[in-house]
Design a protein around this ligand. Structure first.
Ligand SMILES: NC(=O)c1ccc[n+]([C@@H]2O[C@H](COP(=O)([O-])OP(=O)(O)OC[C@H]3O[C@@H](n4cnc5c(N)ncnc54)[C@H](OP(=O)(O)O)[C@@H]3O)[C@@H](O)[C@H]2O)c1
Length: 330
């Protein structure tokens, strides 16, 4: 069977105007694949990198890394999903900006009954990221309740999930955000402290909050604008977990800097290493489903755009106008 689906595609890297609504053919799933009919689609900053060309991908490209929906067909060898299952995923390759797609089954998880489709679409990529950052991207000796960590863009999609999860773990999360309102939101979601880094020097404030000691980990998704000061926020042996480039890619730097600043550790982490196997993906998803079902982490969807208005969704995300999660509706 072949059917058609609305999809958002780019023919070349560039601005939001490059994203065009097209009709694509969707066929039967091959071995290890499923066909899923989407109910809602998650918007992520990685979609901006893939559209702009910061992350180069072959063209033409159907965008989108996250969605929820109903499994419509299952290919040979897929045993963890069945036709009719409610499901959600964060997955490569891109292609979730569509009504219907065929995709690898590996990263698709059954969605628990207590989680609705919109929440499922919003939470997978951002929630699994918060999971591996707070639970698996740790300094030497790990993190203990009461430890200070610094989390940039704390009022964003990943940020508000991380604030709540950190609170549940007993961490003292210091969040940064770009306005007083965003700082307030971060505090309401569990940040012990929030710094408006557009108006305040976040390094000075971190030193003040920690009595001059600095933090054990900085989770930095801003990149170019924050990287150097983030290193200065760390205690000796502290860890900089660089995981994004919202302000642009970090410039090359000499490893000797880590020595002079206190035998620091640096990692450039990506979700896709952590969810490389079905087993690790499912274990992380189970942990995420658990905190959401318990109510420790609430998935806040602050923006909804019809798929047809994806250009505006990207403009707003890049202009720092959004908070929490954003979904595209069908
Ligand atoms: N490596 C991974 O595994 C992984 C996985 C998921 C997400 N990420 C990264 O995590 C970050 C958050 O992702 P998200 O989808 O949840 O996005 P988001 O946090 O909702 O949006 C990005 C936020 O970054 C802040 N920002 C600071 N400087 C910016 C600039 N020059 N341009 C645009 N935004 C800027 C803005 O918040 P303020 O106004 O408060 O500064 C903005 O709202 C992104 O950098 C993303 O690439 C990485």
């Amino acid at each position: 069977m072949t059917t058609t689906s609305k999809a958002i595609r780019i023919e070349r890297h560039g601005g939001p105007e490059e994203m065009q609504l097209v009709q694509v053919q969707v066929g039967e799933p091959g071995p290890g694949e499923i066909r899923i009919r989407h109910k809602a689609i998650g918007l992520n900053f990685i979609d901006v990198y893939q559209r702009s060309g910061l992350y180069q991908l072959p063209m033409p490209l159907q965008l989108g890394m996250e969605a929820s929906g109903i499994v419509e067909a299952v290919g040979a060898g897929v045993t963890h999903l069945a036709v009719g299952d409610r499901a959600a995923y964060a997955s490569q390759p891109p292609g979730s900006y569509s009504e219907l797609r065929v995709m690898p089954a590996k990263n698709v998880c059954r969605l628990p009954d207590g989680i609705d489709f919109e929440t499922g679409a919003a939470m997978m990529l951002k929630g699994l990221t918060a999971q591996y950052l707070l639970k698996k991207t740790l300094p030497q000796g790990g993190l203990q309740p009461g430890d200070h960590v610094l989390f940039h863009a704390a009022a964003g999609g990943v940020g508000l999930i991380a604030c709540q999860w950190a609170r549940a773990l007993g961490l003292q999360l210091i969040g940064t955000a770009g306005s007083p309102e965003k700082c307030q939101l971060a505090r309401e979601h569990g940040a012990a402290h929030a710094i408006d880094y557009k108006r305040e020097d976040f390094l000075a404030r971190v030193k003040e909050i920690t009595g001059g000691k600095g933090v054990k980990v900085v989770y930095d998704s801003i990149g170019k604008d924050t990287f150097e000061k983030s290193l200065d926020c760390l205690q000796p042996f502290g860890l900089l977990a660089s995981f994004g480039n919202a302000s642009g890619a970090v410039s090359p730097f000499a490893p000797g800097v880590l020595g002079t600043k206190g035998s620091l550790y640096l990692t450039r982490a990506t979700l896709f290493t952590h969810i490389a196997t079905r087993e690790s993906n499912q274990a992380m998803a189970d942990d995420l489903f658990d905190v959401v079902l318990r109510g420790d982490v609430k998935i806040r969807i602050d923006q909804r755009y019809p798929l047809e208005q994806v250009q505006q969704a990207h403009r707003d995300l890049e202009a720092r106008k959004t908070t929490g999660c954003t979904i595209l509706t069908l």
